[in-house]
Design a binder for this molecule. Structure first.
Ligand SMILES: [Mg+2]
Length: 275
């Protein structure tokens, strides 16, 4: 380990930090390459459960940031891994898309689907739903919401990949899992017992364990204050917020506890981390 290095590893958010849509953000390719040349480990964490780790790694590689799948951690991967260890015997009802469902199946979990056109009151018992999982689901409809509601009001356990209200997309944002969680909270008063994604210590722990680096020797870089920044601060990490994503200087100034660094882009990290 280099004596003069500020940290030994950097954990990056993806959307709004490394890339936006299908383009790397200015300074990201050179910044990450420079950190790696200086011996700094790099890891990527995303709350998006829509694709497998390998797909995000392939995207980074395509954008000029060569990355193996093991260096990407998603909320879907972390939740599936956790439930594979701690919720093996449960039958899950999933408000989520195919990638999440596949990751849950890969972890050995049983997913139940509702029967078509049944009386809502009769649906839950025959299906035997033990737990509801909420994620970004672009096929969400009334029937799914109702099934989740009926299961939760009967005491099903409750998990979520992430709690972001919106998901950034090229040209704007779309409703994310947080909007569904809000609807179910309005209906049942319940909140999930576990949200796997940022700012959960679960996803951060997975990233740190994978690198074998303690939090105190790691920098968290992300554009969202309530997830990326909060998670890094709670873990005792150094934090940096780039102005390339959703947060402006004004947002950062209003946040209860400011980050250690506000940066224009990832190339600014070189002078901070390994001068
Ligand atoms: Mg982001």
């Amino acid at each position: 380990m280099a004596e003069n290095r500020l940290v030994d590893a950097v954990i990056f958010d993806l959307d709004g930090t490394v890339y936006l849509g299908d383009a790397a953000l200015p300074g990201a390719v050179d910044g990450i390459a420079g950190l790696r040349q200086r011996g700094v480990r790099t890891m990527f964490v995303s709350n998006k459960p829509l694709e497998p780790r390998a797909a995000y790694a392939a995207k980074l590689t395509r954008l000029g940031i060569p990355t193996p799948a093991d260096d990407v951690i998603t909320s879907a991967f972390v939740l599936a891994h956790y439930l594979g260890e701690h919720g093996r015997d449960l039958r899950y009802y999933v408000l989520g898309e195919e990638n999440l469902r596949q990751e849950l199946r890969d972890a050995g979990l049983l997913i139940v689907d509702e029967l078509a056109d049944q009386d809502p009151k009769e649906v839950i018992q025959p299906l035997g739903i033990d737990a509801v999982i909420v994620a970004l689901d672009r096929t969400l409809d009334y029937r799914k919401l109702n099934t989740a509601y009926q299961a939760l009001r009967r005491g099903a356990r409750y998990f979520a990949t992430n709690a972001d209200d919106t998901c950034p997309m090229p040209g704007g944002a779309i409703p994310d899992a947080g909007a569904t969680l809000a609807a179910l909270q309005q209906l049942t008063g319940r909140r999930p017992e576990l949200v796997a994604g940022k700012p959960s210590p679960l996803i951060l722990g997975a990233a740190l364990d994978s690198m074998g680096v303690p939090a105190a020797r790691c920098l968290m870089v992300g554009d969202r204050l309530e997830t990326d920044l909060r998670m890094g601060q709670q873990a005792g990490m150094l934090t940096a917020v780039p102005l390339t994503g959703v947060s402006t200087r004004e947002d950062i100034a209003r946040f209860a506890r400011p980050p250690d660094f506000v940066i224009g882009g990832l190339h600014d990290l070189l002078a901070l981390v390994a001068p």
